[in-house]
Design a protein around this ligand. Structure first.
Ligand SMILES: [Zn+2]
Ligand SMILES: [Zn+2]
Length: 493
């Protein structure tokens, strides 16, 4: 049984209708690592719906969070904004209303491309609208109990004058430097490190501290399930405190937790926007088909770590997807977006053929037919869609040795042995040979002439590309056209 179906079955024992929470702080480029949360939630949502339940994903943009530091991608003047809420800071590139919207908008576009429907909630707006009022009053009046829970779960004693609330200082605009001094029915009184003392109202005047905010949010948005990064899931982590705060302070049953592992970028480590080790999601969905982006997360259990390689590793992943597509595998089913069709033309083949045909669709289809694939309406539709991704992948993530251009003519020297091989090989090549036969012929001729097959392959690449490596010979020659290759070899010699 697929992991998403297992979770859905568990959830359906509790209730037929579910609200799955996801939350990302838009403090920098939202990347594939963050996307794991969204895709995990969506796989569960789909599994619930498939099992006859109802489900909705709520996406909470934590735009009331402070800017924690000036990240390497920010100009120097952003030093001044450290501590201010992300929604109150100007867009570093000036194209959106705020810092948070600048990172949020492209992410929301990506979610649409990936077929993930979300109810978007912005934290600041929720506070301003008074949604947190009731929970804030309860949290302030029960601060001793909350402090005790946090101390018991984390082993960390809080200061005597601690309050579970961060006032937004009216003077310096920071949300992480003022301390609550007291509160009454209408106001929360504070003193700020900037020297200012003032008061704020309950709606939008500040926010609950993280662990309390999380538990309050579950209740406010009626959350029943939530995937979150493994750091929150550690013993004594924020989920453990959240559970107790939800039950003991807010009288709400905490959501079903789905902790997930990180996605590492091959050779670079965990993706962290603060360190610049990221592929922004918006960029990825332009280069990699949405079903493959989803498949990266859906094919493995949430608790398993993912090593993602957008280069050659991606081709292996796509190949696996193409195989499983034929088997109607559940991971593939949960990954597909909309009414996408797949032909049996492999992505690897599109990469070679696309380069040969200079990405011209008609030429590509002609070559595909010649190389033994049936070209019908499905093939046309599929190739037209995936060829665009193949082209972008070549431009953006492909390693150099996958890329080639067919030069007008080649001027390379051949050894006597190579010459002999090429002449014989070209003579024996037949128009009606299949890619496999063309490939086998290399071995047959080299054996007959007593030359190493590796040398024989190199000679072929030299004659066609002017270098000693290239795509797999059988399909390559069939794609180029046997007649063309025969002429080419003649001309090269
Ligand atoms: Zn912008
Ligand atoms: Zn201040």
């Amino acid at each position: 049984m697929h992991w998403a179906d297992v979770i859905a079955a568990e959830l359906l024992k509790r209730s037929n209708s579910h609200r799955i929470a996801t939350g990302i702080s838009p403090s920098g480029h939202i990347h594939l690592g963050n996307l794991r949360e969204m895709v995990t939630a969506d796989a569960i949502r789909r599994a619930l719906v498939d099992a006859g339940g109802e489900a909705k994903i709520v996406y909470i943009a934590d735009d009331f969070d402070p800017l924690r530091k000036r990240y390497p991608f920010l100009p120097e003047e952003y030093e001044n904004y450290v501590g201010m809420p992300l929604c109150k800071i100007p867009d570093p590139e000036g194209c959106h209303d705020s810092y948070s919207e600048h990172f949020l908008q492209p992410f929301l576009e990506s979610l649409e491309i990936l077929g993930i429907p979300v109810e978007v909630r912005r934290a600041y707006q929720m506070y301003k609208d008074g949604l947190y009022e009731e929970n804030t009053r309860i949290a302030l009046s029960k601060r001793d109990e909350i402090a005790r829970i946090i101390a018991e779960v984390t082993g960390r004693e809080l200061e005597e004058d601690w309050y579970p609330f961060m006032p937004l200082c009216e003077n310096c605009g920071r949300i992480n430097s003022a301390k609550v001094k007291s509160f009454d029915e209408s106001w929360i009184y504070y003193e700020c490190e900037c020297g200012y003392s003032g008061k704020v109202g309950y709606a939008g005047g500040g926010k609950l501290t993280w662990r309390v905010d999380w538990a309050a949010r579950w209740q406010i948005l009626k959350i029943t399930c939530e995937p979150f990064g493994k750091d929150h899931a550690a013993a004594g982590g924020s989920y453990d405190t959240g559970v107790r705060i939800a039950r003991e302070i807010f009288n709400y049953e905490p959501p079903y937790p789905v902790p997930y592992e990180w996605i590492h970028l091959k050779g670079k480590g965990a993706m962290k926007s603060s360190k610049g080790i990221v592929i922004p999601v918006r960029e990825m969905v332009e280069v990699i088909p949405p079903e493959i982006v989803r498949y990266i997360t859906i094919r493995v259990k949430p608790e398993r770590h993912i090593e993602f390689d957008p280069g050659l590793g991606l081709l292996d992943l796509v190949e696996e997807f193409e195989e499983k597509f034929k088997e109607k595998d559940r991971s593939v089913e949960l990954s597909l977006v909309g009414d996408v069709v797949y032909s049996d033309v492999p992505f690897r083949h599109l990469i070679v053929v696309g380069q040969i045909a200079n990405w011209d669709l008609d030429k590509v289809l002609e070559i595909i037919e010649r190389t033994g694939y049936r070209v019908d309406e499905i093939t046309r539709k599929d190739v037209e869609r995936r060829l665009k991704y193949a082209k972008k992948w070549i431009e953006k993530y492909a390693p150099d040795r996958i890329k080639f251009e067919i030069p007008e003519k080649v001027s390379v020297d051949f050894s006597e042995e190579e010459e002999k091989f090429l002449r014989t090989y070209a003579e024996r090549l037949q128009n009606d040979m299949s890619p496999e036969e063309i490939h086998t012929l290399v071995y047959d001729v080299s054996k007959e002439l007593g030359i190493k097959p590796s040398k024989a392959f190199q000679a072929i690449y030299k004659a066609i590309l002017g270098k000693t490596y290239g795509p797999r010979v059988g399909y390559f020659i069939k794609s180029l056209g046997v007649e063309w290759v025969k002429e080419r070899i003649k001309a090269a010699l």
